[in-house]
Design a binder for this molecule. Structure first.
Ligand SMILES: Cc1cc2nc3c(=O)[nH]c(=O)nc-3n(C[C@H](O)[C@H](O)[C@H](O)COP(=O)(O)O)c2cc1C
Length: 346
């Protein structure tokens, strides 16, 4: 019999997959399609001129996207982590694991995370913990994976949506301490509710390696927690709360921070990656879509999807006339009226 926390991991996974498969994802705020790319009819470039690598905090990412934090902690999620890591290794993608808090409480759960490093000995592997974890947990989490970086997740709306979730959130001092003392670069990340300008500025002031604005329109943890709460013991609805990924990227632009921004939330195609990079993201990542592809089509299907994206990205960059990922920020774009209105109010 697995622990309650391990069962929660399985439930998160199966509910997330179900919502992606049944297209039950809520649309909150501007979708990627609200940003149109101005065509460039004379790129004066060849595909061989294009490079896709990005360096963040001294880490060289081969691609401007990676597999975002999802899981670990149970037998089933060990299998999923092993498969994700195998595909990450074969495609040269970085990969983050789900929260390792369960493995810090229960050493038996460590295997379900360690498998990620075993399957991908030379790749970029990113550890993950909640924002309230102290430094000694961080050291254990990084050590468990020989991690190259660490994500500390901030997830107020998820905790408040969860019947058994936290109700107290004093995180800034702890995060400052972790950022100062972590042996690897620290990314502060949302889990799919997005971020506003002030929050981005507050986090940037702590000088993390990167901020992942983790926006809406993909995996929606408010909906997942509602589905888990069969007794309706925590009747609250955050399922329409938050900023979408592109809205959060615009909030990050307004915040005028120098910390690299990572875009996650609802990325389902290489076009969404390009749009996110145009709006100032240094890297992007995808969680639920990759997971549902893996569960429905197996590792071969996920491999195919990722390699399709890897082939499409340089072609889009070629069409837009840019050689390097960061040059996408200068590509002219048109915002739809709702997004224009959002920008004005921001
Ligand atoms: C099944 C599942 C479990 C997740 N668990 C974690 C977690 O433990 N830690 C974390 O930081 N984010 C977690 N996330 C959130 C993702 O990393 C990501 O921020 C969010 O799903 C939005 O991206 P998406 O729309 O591409 O799924 C999880 C997502 C899924 C689908």
């Amino acid at each position: 019999m697995e622990s309650q926390q391990a069962q929660r991991k399985n439930e998160h996974l199966s509910l997330a997959v179900k919502m992606w498969r049944q297209q039950q994802l809520k649309v909150i705020g501007a979708a990627f399609e609200a940003v149109r790319w101005v065509p460039n009819s004379l790129p004066e470039l060849g595909e061989e001129d294009i490079t896709l690598g990005q360096t963040v905090a001294g880490l060289n990412f081969n691609w401007p996207f990676y597999i975002e934090a999802m899981t670990g902690g149970s037998n089933y999620t060990k299998e999923i982590n092993g498969q994700l890591a195998q595909v990450a290794s074969e495609t040269g993608l970085a990969m983050a694991v789900g929260s390792q808090s369960i493995a810090i409480k229960d050493r038996q759960a460590t295997d379900s995370f360690k498998i990620v490093r075993q399957a991908n000995p030379n790749g970029i592997v990113i550890a993950n913990l909640g924002a309230n974890h102290p430094l000694d947990h961080v050291l254990q989490a990084v050590d468990m994976l020989e991690a190259n970086a660490l994500e500390m997740h901030i997830n107020v709306a998820q905790e408040l949506s969860m019947a058994e979730g936290d109700r107290t959130f004093y995180w800034l001092d702890n995060l400052a301490n972790i950022i100062a003392k972590s042996p690897v670069p620290v990314i502060i990340k949302e889990v799919g509710f997005g971020m506003g300008t002030s929050s981005i500025q507050q986090i940037a002031a702590l000088q993390p390696a990167a901020i992942n604005i983790g926006g809406t329109n993909g995996t929606n943890f408010a909906t997942i927690e509602q589905a888990r709460d069969l007794q309706n013991s925590n009747p609250i609805d955050f399922s329409h709360y938050g900023f979408s990924t592109i809205e959060s990227l615009l909030a990050a632009q307004k915040a005028q921070v120098t910390v690299p921004i990572i875009a996650t939330g609802g990325i389902t195609k290489p076009n969404d990656i390009i749009t996110s990079l145009m709006l100032g993201a240094t890297l992007t990542s995808s969680a639920g879509y990759f997971l549902s592809t893996l569960v429905t089509q197996g590792p071969t299907g996920l491999y195919q999807t990722i390699t399709d994206w890897q082939k499409a990205l340089p072609k889009f960059m070629l069409a837009l006339g840019v050689r390097q990922v960061n040059e996408l920020r200068t590509v002219p774009r048109i915002y739809n009226p709702d997004l224009q209105n959002f920008i004005q109010q921001l």
